[in-house]
Design a protein around this ligand. Structure first.
Ligand code: IMP
Length: 192
């Protein structure tokens, strides 16, 4: 039997990826209502993921899954971190601010982090997972795919930015892919 799982995101790039990752989870996915917004008041990715999953589950009366993710740059002491989405008004704005603040700093090390939480219809958190992907910040954008900071996030082992990768390759190594990989077997178990 399939059960409904509300994906608590309004970000189309994230939604596309979550759908691809969860296609084998056995759950029927649906989007959260557009007017249902949850303030990300937590200080960690995990706290914000739990907040979003719990609020959307309670408001819709369904199971809900949420992720909170962002980019932590070593030379900027982990910024933009949980403020990644609020670092500018558009993806282009956020990328230029980051490149401006980093200037020609030689230490370009960074990591994408992702926390995922699943809440039951009562708003209780029943599953949690985290994923990480290490890389470097380029001096200029490269590639047209993906979303957000993808065009400046370079993964040395693949010699590609996230924006140059196929969705399948990004899925196999990304922070969100890693977080969801651990969760899919547990989501399947919940259906039994
Ligand atoms: P939030 O999780 O909704 O707070 O948003 C996280 C922000 O981090 C997004 O708006 C993007 O700017 C950025 N971000 C998260 N995951 C990715 C990714 O896979 N690629 C590029 N940017 C991302």
């Amino acid at each position: 039997m399939t059960k409904l799982l509300v994906v608590a995101t309004g970000n189309p790039g994230k939604l596309r990826e979550m759908q691809a990752y969860l296609v084998d989870s056995g759950w029927e996915l649906t989007l959260k209502p557009a007017d249902l917004d949850v303030d990300e008041t937590g200080e960690t990715f995990a706290a914000n993921a739990c907040l979003k999953a719990a609020e959307v589950a309670k408001a819709t009366g369904n199971w809900a899954i949420a992720d909170d993710s962002g980019l932590a740059v070593n030379a900027l002491n982990g910024s933009p971190g949980v403020y990644s989405a609020r670092y500018g008004h558009s993806d282009a704005d956020r990328i230029s601010r980051l490149l401006r603040e980093l200037g020609d700093t030689e230490n370009r090390q960074a990591q994408f982090l992702c926390a995922v939480a699943v809440a039951n219809p009562q708003g209780e958190i029943v599953l949690q997972s985290e994923g990480i992907c290490k890389g470097e910040i380029l001096y200029a954008t490269r590639g047209e795919g993906g979303f957000g900071y993808d065009p400046i996030f370079y993964v040395p082992e693949k010699q590609l930015t996230f924006a140059e990768m196929s969705p399948e390759l990004k899925k196999s190594i990304s922070h969100r892919g890693n977080a969801l990989k651990n969760l899919v077997p547990q989501l399947l178990k919940l259906l039994r």
